[in-house]
Design a protein around this ligand. Structure first.
Ligand code: PLP
Length: 282
């Protein structure tokens, strides 16, 4: 497997990460996961914009332009002959003696990208999933796609240990998002999802699904749902790069609506699939 390391393509066994990389010691960096369908990236522009924004928010200066990075990522999937899958990319503040303060300008950020396996979660997309509700204990800059994922990791594990596919996080009385996905609830024909602010990651899939709603006459409200609203939802679903659109049929031990995937989730799954096929043709 070829790995992209600071602008150079190397074989996996030729790459080593320094123990003093700040990503390793502090989680001091940001990342992206970009889906590849049929040999092409999906929503590359949006992922690249978010990557650059996340880096800027934590004051990491990326040495490459968006165009240069996109070109390198394209070469990466060609060299690795990725047809269907994903690419993981991260940047850290660099390698230096372990001190909290930022290093000087002589220390360059480290960019790594490589392909990761990814396939459609077909069973979950068809049958729906269960979510496990828990308090959102993450920091207050969830809009940054930070390498620091402890809050997310702990939530996902707890959900798994409670026989759920994903966690559903709430801050006090308000629902925020999943541990690695965005959440939507449908009530009386309106699709609700948390506004894109510092309390959630503005998912690329979230943005794509919001576009689909607008273009297809579905009513979308970027408004917070309360934990109390969950019992009155007609349906619910989650979105992410790797999940696409997955219906939610159960939250804790409560059925959502009829307890089966709902028509809005089904319609958005269909529209999303269409969008993937149409983007490929561009
Ligand atoms: N929210 C969180 C916390 C995430 O980690 C992710 C993706 O990993 C998402 C939402 C969904 O984002 P995207 O659709 O860009 O994959």
């Amino acid at each position: 497997m070829y790995i992209l390391l600071n602008g150079e393509f190397k074989q996996k066994n030729e790459v080593s990460i320094d123990v003093e990389d700040r990503g390793y010691q502090f989680g001091d960096g940001v990342y992206e996961v970009i889906r590849v369908y049929n040999g092409s990236y999906f929503a590359m522009k949006e992922h690249m914009e978010r990557f650059i924004r996340s880096a800027k928010e934590i004051k990491i200066v990326i040495q490459h332009s968006a165009e240069e990075l996109t070109g390198m990522l394209n070469e990466l999937i060609q060299k690795n002959q990725v047809h269907d899958g994903a690419v993981y990319m991260q940047i850290t503040r660099g390698v230096t003696g372990r001190k909290h303060l930022f290093p000087g300008k002589d220390v360059t950020p480290q960019i790594v990208a490589y392909p990761i396996p990814c396939s459609k979660p077909v069973k979950e997309q068809e049958k729906g999933i269960k979510l496990y509700l828990m308090e959102d204990i993450r920091w207050l800059r969830c809009d940054i796609k930070s390498l620091n994922l402890l809050g997310n990791v702990l939530a996902k594990q707890e959900a798994y240990e409670n026989a759920a596919y994903e966690a559903l996080l709430h801050r006090g009385e308000y629902i925020t998002e999943g541990s690695s996905s965005n959440f939507y609830g449908v009530k009386n024909g309106t699709i609700y999802t948390h506004p894109a602010n510092h309390l959630i990651l503005n998912g690329v899939t979230r943005m794509k699904v919001a576009d689909l709603c607008r273009k297809n006459g579905l009513t979308l409200a970027e408004e917070r749902l309360k934990v109390d609203d969950l019992k009155t939802l007609d349906e619910a679903f989650i979105t992410s790069t790797t999940s696409e659109v997955i219906p939610v049929t159960e939250i804790d031990s409560m059925k959502v609506g009829e307890g089966v995937p709902g028509p809005v989730a089904r319609e958005l799954q269909r529209l999303f699939e269409e969008m993937i096929i149409n983007e490929e043709k561009v």
